[in-house]
Ligand binder design. Structure first.
Ligand SMILES: [Zn+2]
Length: 305
């Protein structure tokens, strides 16, 4: 499973603009609310039980309503069966566990929480974190500077002064496995430690197609020319609000020249070598985490005959 994908909730986007409907959902006794403190979700269970699977610490609506400031940002995540799910920012609390939450669990940063949660809850966490983070950083109108108001359960902000509407951002990035017949190209990013190799990646620019961004980024990072580009899958990546668009990219040229800036080293790996790395028979270099789309790109290619 690609982490942060497979969200089970019905976002009810056709209904959430109806303020009365949303107020009813929020007041329903079955409603569940996930508190986030400084973008860290509440997880069930004790903090020292690291490594064991846990769950998101959804609270009942009344308990959550008393946490943090009365103006705390609250966003609607969606419906599952008849139950509504929300997330609430309780960052104004100095110590969130001091009050009523200590018996419920602990707070943990979203990246490491993602390795402890079941897949459907990782996706819900990604949605909650990306949305709340956006609200925290977009309190004021980009057009006139006045404070804006949350609307549509968190999927819009409206400026009461100039009427401008602002929508939550998703920033697309391309992530691509460059291939040439029976070989693929992996690089070592300056942010990686040790012998970690992965696919290349970069942000799309305004006025650019996915294919154009793939070709530009590959040439920029390793000076390899890419021809055909094929879409594979995508991954929401809420750090802070990206969408990773996974592609395969066929190389037209062979010689690698790393930029030395973002990519420190890059080389061609043949399919057999990649298979041995995936199976653990070889540890010559380390590959991406299994929940990352980069891993899925590499594995999909390696398993082809
Ligand atoms: Zn404005």
């Amino acid at each position: 499973m690609i982490a942060f994908s497979g969200n089970p909730l019905d976002r009810a986007s056709e209904r959430r603009g109806d303020a009365a409907w949303l107020t009813e959902r929020r007041a329903d006794s079955a409603t569940r609310v996930l508190p986030l403190w400084k973008l860290q979700p509440l997880l069930l269970g004790p903090e020292d039980a690291s490594g064991t699977t846990t769950g998101l610490g959804f609270l009942d609506g009344d308990l959550a309503a008393g946490l943090g400031s009365p103006q705390a940002v609250e966003v609607f995540l969606g419906m599952d069966g008849g139950i509504a799910y929300f997330a609430r920012d309780i960052s104004s609390l100095a110590d969130p566990l001091a009050a009523s939450l200590a018996s419920h669990g602990h707070f943990r940063d979203a990246r490491s929480a993602a390795s402890l949660l079941p897949a459907h809850e990782i996706a819900m966490l990604g949605q909650a974190k990306a949305l709340i983070d956006w609200h925290n950083r977009h309190q004021f109108c980009a057009q006139c500077g006045n404070p804006t108001d949350l609307a549509d359960g968190g999927y819009r902000r409206i400026c009461p002064a100039c009427k401008a509407e602002h929508f939550p951002r998703t920033d697309p990035a391309v992530i691509m496995l460059v291939t040439a017949g029976d070989r693929c190209l992996l690089g070592r990013n300056k942010r990686f430690t040790g012998g970690h190799y992965s696919t290349l990646a970069g942000f799309l620019e305004p006025g650019e197609t996915i294919e154009e961004a793939v070709r530009r980024e590959v040439y920029e990072e390793v000076r390899v020319r890419v021809g055909a580009v094929a879409y594979f899958a995508s991954q929401p990546w809420p750090f802070p609000s990206n969408l990773m668009i996974g592609c395969f990219a066929e190389a037209d040229t062979d010689a690698i020249q790393v930029d030395g800036n973002e990519i420190l080293a890059a080389r061609w790996f043949d399919r057999e070598t990649v298979r041995r790395l995936l199976s653990g028979e070889s540890n010559e270099v380390s590959l991406p985490r299994r929940d990352a789309i980069a891993f899925h790109l590499i594995r999909d290619w390696a398993e082809r005959r």
